[in-house]
Design a protein around this ligand. Structure first.
Ligand SMILES: Nc1ncnc2c1ncn2[C@@H]1O[C@H](COP(=O)(O)OP(=O)(O)OP(=O)(O)O)[C@@H](O)[C@H]1O
Ligand SMILES: [Mg+2]
Length: 214
């Protein structure tokens, strides 16, 4: 079952960023996008996840052309089926880590899973205030918050950027486990090739094109 497909995407800001981007992702699959800083990885991820409209081409999520959807249907899809882990995380600062997860669970009518907290190594710090946590702990709480929503498609932008290599590896293992268990799929943007290579498909954004690496 195909969850994501991108057809002939092109985008530019002041100058052209990329053209002729075609890709697709099936259930239970993970895909990594690597490339130099400024090559447009985050921009591409925003387009794939419906946050930004491309200058050319189209994105289909769950077999729907997202630009044909009514506004309500798109909001519903974003809230229930899409999980975004941003390059800079946006936790509610006045709350504890746990309260941040509770908000996600309430909004999506799901529950917080011990397995996720354990897999991310945040069980011990879950009742601390967000402002008392290290950057890497905050990053893992924001991943837990996204997984608590139970999305079918995860878009993650440098989700392990603040983590040591061992913790990053554990986070990747958790993502892989999650997509198999929940009939989901993931698109990951990362600078780290060793993490990227753990995904089923790897692409590199270079010279305005997407090159297949794996
Ligand atoms: N909203 C915007 N308006 C104008 N230019 C933008 C906008 N967003 C990104 N850009 C430009 O597009 C280019 C690609 O940015 P993008 O954030 O996609 O790169 P990236 O590959 O994710 O880089 P990094 O690895 O540093 O995160 C950059 O030159 C950036 O300045
Ligand atoms: Mg980026």
């Amino acid at each position: 079952m195909q969850l994501l497909s991108a057809i002939n995407l092109a985008h530019d800001f002041e100058y052209p960023l990329f053209t002729d981007i075609n890709l697709s992702l099936n259930v239970h699959e993970s895909m990594a996008i690597i490339g130099a800083s400024g090559s447009g990885k985050s921009t591409l991820l925003h387009i794939l996840s419906s946050l930004l409209e491309p200058k050319e081409g189209r994105v289909e999520l769950f077999d729907e052309n997202i630009y044909d959807l009514k506004k309500d249907a798109l909001v519903h899809m974003r809230r229930n089926d899409i999980g975004m882990v941003f390059q800079s995380h946006y936790l509610f600062k006045g709350f504890s880590a746990y309260e941040n997860l509770e908000v996600a669970a309430k909004l999506s009518n799901t529950k917080i899973e011990e397995e996720v907290l354990e897999g991310l190594g945040i069980k011990e710090i879950i009742h601390q205030k967000v402002t008392e946590l290290s950057g890497g702990q905050q990053q893992r709480v924001s991943i837990a918050r996204v997984l608590t929503k139970k999305p079918r498609l995860i878009f993650a932008d440098e989700p392990t950027g603040n983590l040591d290599s061992e913790t990053a590896f554990d986070v990747m293992k958790l993502f892989t486990h999650y997509i198999k268990e929940n009939d989901a799929a993931m698109v990951l943007v990362t600078h780290e090739k060793s993490l990227a290579m753990q995904c089923d498909h790897v692409y590199k954004l270079v010279d305005m094109k997407l090159e297949k690496v794996k």
